[in-house]
Design a protein. Structure first.
Length: 701
């Protein structure tokens, strides 16, 4: 009887201990404030998230701040003025006490002067000589400087560490061969509670059809930038594509979740989120799977508490692309707090979605969702923004950006230090005339975004991470470049430009010159920038000119202007760079230039037909087309736009047009309805800048 009593008491104590375990805290974006200027006074920092408890403490670069517990979703902390005296960035984490508890994910606090436009970015590629699939940022050696971990395929899968030097550069660290079929993603966290950052790598394991279950490989960190050998592996769902770490059951032990995209699993595709509950000692339990019933392909997901119930939720990216269009949606899965999720709710997007991010984009205290939307073959691509209602539901989508590219990864952060969340998106170039890039969409603070800024990056940029790599108080970026076989690091400069690139807005005739396009350069740093040469470089540099009033230096806050002109002598898409040499420590900085040149002159380039009675036909109007260059071919004439059936077109242009030759396009207007009517004549040809366009307008009466 005594033994039974003791067993009962031990069992009760064990159950009570489990019930009282504190969750691993989770910090959401943004911090409030998200940044301050150097030299600011002492201030109160508000940290929002999930899983906070009485006794949770905000850490500033691993130093504890005096913290006030507001509730499970909010903490405030006093930041001394000494911590923000000079420019830089601080790692913000939350630490909760045992039992359970532990250290949260990291968010960056920036100490820098706000600027209208982010500074120029200098790109450096770090190549292992193989296909780089994914990159993760974290401080692996405890020196307070962000490092990078990459996985790549070098006739076998390898994990490589790049150690940050604090000046925006990285040096090669340890490498670890991994037994895997195809490493596709990685994440980090303290999986065994020793205060050192560990890594989890996910293997897709799909060499045959149907796909096998994937695997997660765990490497425990030593805290010096190296990892324990003899990595352990754990099964996931079939064909995982993405992995993230968080405490999904609130027991104070980090768990892992994977997005499983199994299109080769029999007759029906199976898309699911698998959660591997952590044991707190670096080992994990078998996966618990929640199926996404309506998803076509679950590529990636983001984590956050969308309904404020203290349980982590997931928003998954759903992507399906078959010519001629891409389709997709985001799936919201509200967490039950035990590692499983409620049935998903879907929200339609404008094209396929490959990546999502969760943050409070409009400052109302509710988490919102932004998705990287891809038109792939046709249509525009950019960011779809869904503002949150605070109860786990989302509002109607709004679209921002727009480019003929394929977005792949999205990240959120304050890139111009104005206290508003911005979005960064990696883009694959789809056409030979379009290069891959990172787009920045600067936030207005109300959930809307400004037109995108574009910065060149590697050939096929995949996963995107952010951090202050050169410790200047501004966010930098790193992306895995699969085709370029490198990690591309973009480090911001104190020299800001009014344009991240210059694309001359109209097609220019060969032999003619564009209107000047100004680029304003501003020193947004605390010290004088000494300028060297400002020149035009690149493939088509002969067709671009610049003149500037910059002199040899810019004191803090001062600006100068370089005026650019495009004067083509060759047809087609022409590119070059405005190259600036300075002492900012970033070497030469470049602003991409582009213009389109044609040898086809249209006179006039637009036609206005005035008022015309509905159902009657106007007098004909004629446009003369002149070839200013060598002989070229015509391919197609068509009328498109808003009201194409209200206008008729005929032409005298034969298949070939000789040098200096002319032909005519004749247009009539027959309005089908009252009011303003418009259309466009499209001329597809080999004369450069195709299709040529003739704008048409008229009014039906």
């Amino acid at each position: 009887m005594r033994s039974a009593y003791l067993f009962f008491m031990v069992l009760c104590v064990s159950v009570a201990s489990l019930a009282q375990s504190n969750p691993v805290p989770f910090v959401s974006q943004p911090l409030d404030p998200a940044s301050v200027s150097p030299g600011a006074h002492e201030f109160t920092l508000t940290v929002n998230g999930t899983g906070f408890v009485s006794g949770s403490v905000v850490q500033w670069n691993r130093t504890r701040l005096a913290t006030t517990f507001i509730n499970g979703k909010e903490l405030t902390a006093a930041v001394p003025a000494a911590e923000v005296a000079v420019a830089g960035a601080a790692e913000i984490t939350v630490v909760s006490p045992s039992p359970g508890g532990g250290t949260s994910n990291t968010e960056w606090f920036e100490i820098a002067t706000p600027i209208r436009t982010p500074g120029l970015f200098t790109r450096t590629d770090y190549s292992p000589g193989a296909l780089v699939q994914a990159v993760f940022s974290g401080d692996f050696n405890g020196d307070g400087i962000p490092d990078l971990a990459e996985v790549y395929d070098d006739n076998g899968n390898t994990l490589a560490i790049l150690l940050g030097q604090g000046d925006g550069t990285f040096v090669s660290g340890a490498k670890y061969p991994i037994t895997a079929d195809f490493l596709i993603s990685l994440t980090g966290g303290d999986f065994n509670g020793d205060g050192k950052l560990d890594l989890a790598l996910v293997d897709q394991d799909c060499p045959t059809v149907p796909c096998a279950s994937g695997e997660v490989t765990i490497l425990l960190g030593k805290g010096d930038g190296t990892f324990e050998k003899g990595a352990a592996t754990y099964a996931t769902g079939q064909s995982p594509w993405f992995i993230a770490a968080a405490d999904f059951n609130g027991d104070g032990k980090l768990d892992l979740a994977t997005a499983n995209l199994c299109t080769n699993c029999g007759d029906e595709p199976l898309n699911a989120i698998s959660v591997l509950l952590g044991n707190g000692d670096g080992t994990f339990q078998p996966p618990i799977e929640t199926v996404l019933q309506n998803a076509s392909a679950a590529y990636q997901f983001a984590v956050g508490d969308l309904n404020g119930d203290g349980k982590l939720d997931v928003v998954a990216a759903d992507y399906y692309c078959g010519q001629p269009i891409c389709t997709g949606e985001i799936s919201v899965l509200l967490g039950k707090g035990d590692g499983t999720f409620q049935p998903s709710t879907e929200y339609i997007t404008d094209g396929g979605v490959t990546s999502v991010v969760i943050a409070d984009l409009n400052g109302d205290g509710h988490l919102d969702v932004a998705a990287a939307e891809s038109g792939m073959f046709f249509g525009q691509s950019g960011a779809g923004v869904f503002l949150g209602n605070g109860d786990g539901t989302l509002q109607k989508r709004a679209d921002y950006g727009g480019a003929e590219t394929t977005p792949w990864s999205i990240a959120a952060g304050d890139f111009n230090d104005d206290g508003r969340i911005d979005l960064a998106i990696t883009n694959w170039g789809e056409l030979t005339t379009i290069t891959s890039s990172v787009s920045l969409l600067l936030g207005n603070g109300d959930g809307s975004f400004q037109p995108q800024l574009s910065y060149p990056i590697g050939v096929v940029p995949q996963s995107l991470v952010t951090g202050d790599f050169n410790r200047d108080g501004r966010l930098d970026m790193a992306s895995a470049d699969y085709n370029g076989s490198a990690v591309s690091v973009l480090v911001g400069s104190v020299l800001a430009a009014s344009n991240s690139s210059v694309n001359f807005p109209v097609t220019i005739l060969i032999g003619a010159s564009s209107q000047p396009e100004p680029v304003i350069l501003t020193n947004v740093g605390p010290q004088t920038v000494h300028l060297g040469s400002i020149t035009i470089t690149g493939a088509d540099q002969a067709y671009f000119t610049q003149n500037n009033n910059c002199g040899t230096s810019l004191t803090p806050g001062k600006s100068c202007t370089a005026n650019l002109t495009f004067s083509p002598q060759s047809i087609g898409v022409l590119t070059a760079n405005l190259t600036i040499a300075d002492n900012t420590g970033q070497g030469q900085q470049t602003i991409p230039l582009g213009g389109v040149a044609t040898q086809v002159r249209l006179s006039p380039a637009s036609l206005s037909f005035g008022s015309q009675a509905v159902g009657t036909t106007s007098n004909a109007q004629v446009v003369t087309l002149t070839n200013l260059g060598a002989q070229f071919s015509f391919y197609e004439f068509s009328v498109g736009g808003v009201d194409p059936h209200d206008f008729s077109e005929t032409h005298t242009c034969t298949r070939l047009l000789a040098a200096r030759g002319t032909c005519t396009i004749t247009v009539t207007f027959t309005p089908r309805a009252m009011g303003s009517r418009s259309a466009t004549v499209y001329i597809h040809d080999g004369g450069g800048g195709s299709p040529q366009q003739i704008a048409l307008s008229g009014t039906g009466t």
